[in-house]
Design a binder for this molecule. Structure first.
Ligand code: CAA
Length: 412
């Protein structure tokens, strides 16, 4: 049975910081961020947004794009590594805000940045198993990547949510069954102990762990594909997208994948293939990472949206390899196939419009927001800004009696 994505929604917060301003303030050469990491701007989360509002906003767009009513959702999974409570899942808040019916299975998944792929695959398997009784799944990835002021991870921050309707009624995009390759390993490359607002990270080691996982999965995916189709991965897949903690990771990843699958080539030959692939196959998937930064669980899917928006109908009938990595660590390499209906999807997505609507903030404003000052004033400002932002329908208004409070906003 075919099961796949019928629609996608994305929510990017309305504020951003430029990497040039950050580099100047930190006395780092601008080229280190722009060329060394490949990043240009990063999303900053105002105090009136959080993982719940971002998730609900993205989900609302995905539901509207597919014309799906709240009672048609039978499964709601939220994947996040920015949980707002140690017990109550983000998915319960979202369930309430969206008014999804009670006859539904609702839960949260955590496996660092890999969690989004786990959630999507759970939903796909639920649909394939036919236990869905005609209902659809709503899967949401939502995260705030926040490393702390003046840290090595600071230029790799970002935030956003991506939501998917998964069903058996889609011609738009489906996953090729039984070809996935998996990898798991118990490592401390990036982790956030209980009670800490920002993660611990062993930066260089984390990149090595990522590349080890990719090498392993590339071999397995190639073997699985050969068994199923008799084809080589590099011939079967038209585009490759990768989890991007920062934009330059695409180069490290694609080069590693090519070197793994073409061991007969030397470093220079691999570099030449990468250069030849760049303009058509790599760069189109990078807009989100360059402009928004790392959104953890949704990062690889923001690459997918960037690719879809950039290549449009050229992608119809093409196969896309998706490499998902989460620290800790877990990884999966899977293949999706783009069918029909891309144009209709893109008209409703408004990804570029969301990036363009954002307000640039200064280093002082950034320090105030991420340094957790002026919360009350910022929340008030949020109420005013909300009415002008057509992409934001839900707002966080504070905590009363240890309970997080949300309201629907505006007329949209
Ligand atoms: N001009 C151009 N390039 C420059 C430069 C300049 N003036 N100065 C430095 N560079 C280049 C460096 O040569 C380097 O390039 P290569 O990696 O190609 O060698 C690049 O800029 C980065 O420089 P450094 O390695 O010196 O940077 P750093 O020590 O500040 O650390 C980082 C970079 C490890 C990514 C750090 O930002 C970090 O810890 N980030 C968070 C962790 C992370 O993103 N890990 C990725 C894998 S884990 C994962 O994927 C899960 C997840 O989402 C977190």
């Amino acid at each position: 049975m075919k099961a796949g994505i019928s629609s996608i929604g994305i929510y990017i917060p309305p504020l951003y910081l430029s990497h040039d301003d950050l580099a100047d303030a930190r006395d780092i050469p601008r080229d280190k961020y722009k060329i060394g990491l490949g990043n240009i701007n990063m999303a900053i989360v105002p105090p009136w947004d959080d993982p719940v509002t971002m998730a609900a906003n993205a989900a609302k767009m995905a539901m509207e794009a597919a014309g799906v009513e709240k009672d048609e959702i039978g499964l709601l999974i939220v994947s996040t590594e920015t949980g707002v409570d140690q017990s109550k899942p983000v998915s319960s808040f979202v369930h309430g805000l969206l008014g999804i019916g009670r006859r539904s299975r609702v839960y949260e998944i955590k496996h660092a940045c890999y969690g989004g792929t786990v959630a999507i695959m759970n939903a796909v398997n639920w649909v394939r198993s036919q236990h869905h009784r005609g209902k659809k799944a709503l899967v949401i990835t939502t995260d705030i990547a926040k490393y702390g002021l003046n840290t090595a991870g600071e230029p790799t921050q970002g935030a956003g949510a991506v939501a998917f309707i998964i069903s058996d009624e889609t011609e738009f995009m489906h996953f090729l069954p039984s070809m996935n390759a998996f990898y798991s390993n118990d490592v401390h490359d990036f982790w956030r102990p209980n009670g800490y607002a920002t993660p611990m990270v062993d930066g260089k080691y984390s990149i090595q762990c990522y590349l080890d996982a990719l090498e392993f999965c590339s071999h397995d995916l190639q073997d699985n594909l050969m068994q199923e189709t008799g084809k080589h991965l590099l011939d079967f897949v038209d585009y490759f997208i990768y989890h991007l903690p920062f934009t330059k990771m695409a180069k490290k990843a694609h080069t590693k994948m090519l070197a793994t699958l073409r061991p007969e080539l030397n470093e220079e030959q691999i570099a030449a293939i990468y250069e030849a692939d760049y303009a058509d196959k790599i760069q189109p998937a990078l807009t989100g990472s360059q402009q928004v930064g790392n959104i953890y669980t949704g990062s690889v899917y923001m690459c997918l949206l960037s690719l879809l928006e950039s290549k449009q109908e050229e992608l119809e009938n093409k196969n896309i390899g998706i490499f998902s990595y989460g620290s800790g660590c877990g990884a999966e390499f899977l293949i999706s196939h783009v069918g029909r209906g891309l144009q209709q999807q893109l008209q409703k997505l408004n990804f570029r419009k969301q990036i363009d609507r954002r307000i640039k903030i200064s280093m002082d404003e950034y320090a105030a927001i991420y340094g957790d000052k002026d919360q009350a004033a910022a929340l008030q400002m949020g109420m005013e800004l909300q009415d002008a932002d057509p992409f934001s329908r839900f707002i966080f208004t504070g905590i009363k009696e240890h309970k997080r409070q949300y309201v629907k906003t505006g007329s949209h």
